[in-house]
Design a protein around this ligand. Structure first.
Ligand code: HEM
Length: 158
């Protein structure tokens, strides 16, 4: 669980993330793909089709990150969007092991873009908040993969 203090810090970053969101996520993908060029292949509808800027993907992720910051104290409001993201991820065969690279890249991008505003408190809070969100998505995505496997096995037995 995130502490109230962490939630308050995250919420306080919502306006600045709103302002610089796309810049942060564009930088995040740059860092992530420099580290793991093979990750790009998963982004079939975005980075593969639009290798220069990922088409709509940085804006979509920025919107999700902002919505998360705004609703950090009311995550029920994000149930629908998170379910959508989890299904997108499983459609593209995203796996849990990919989350740490994306998380480290997001944190570095926040630091690069926010500069002095990225205090150690802000960075620690975002580290915790990313891990929390990643765990929610990973758990749901594992359930979806398990359901898909069960359906495939049932279909093969028919
Ligand atoms: C907490 C972490 C993450 C968040 C909040 C997030 C958020 C999103 C969002 C908002 C979308 C767009 C959904 C749409 O099309 O409407 C998306 C798509 C996608 N994400 Fe993530 N994501 C996260 C982690 C990851 C990780 C670790 C990977 C692994 C490389 C990944 C790979 C993808 C792919 C492949 C797509 C589909 C892009 C396409 O169709 O080309 N995401 N994600």
């Amino acid at each position: 669980m995130l502490s109230d203090a962490t939630k308050a810090i995250i919420k306080s970053t919502a306006p600045v993330l709103q302002k610089h969101g796309k810049e942060i996520t564009a930088r995040m993908y740059q860092i992530a793909f420099a580290e793991r060029p093979d990750f790009k292949r998963f982004f079939e509808n975005t980075w593969v089709k639009y290798p220069l800027d990922g088409g709509p993907q940085p804006a979509r992720l920025a919107e999700a990150v902002c919505a998360y910051a705004q609703n950090i104290d009311n995550l029920d409001a994000l149930k629908g969007p998170l379910e959508h993201i989890a299904h997108k991820h499983t459609d593209m065969r995203v796996i849990a092991e990919q989350y740490p690279v994306i998380g480290a890249s997001l944190l570095q991008a926040i630091k690069d873009v926010l500069g002095d505003a990225a205090t150690s408190e802000v960075m620690t809070a975002w580290g915790e908040a990313y891990n929390f969100l990643a765990d929610v998505l990973i758990k749901r995505e594992k359930e979806i993969y398990r359901d898909e496997d069960a359906q495939m096995i049932a279909a093969a037995r028919k």
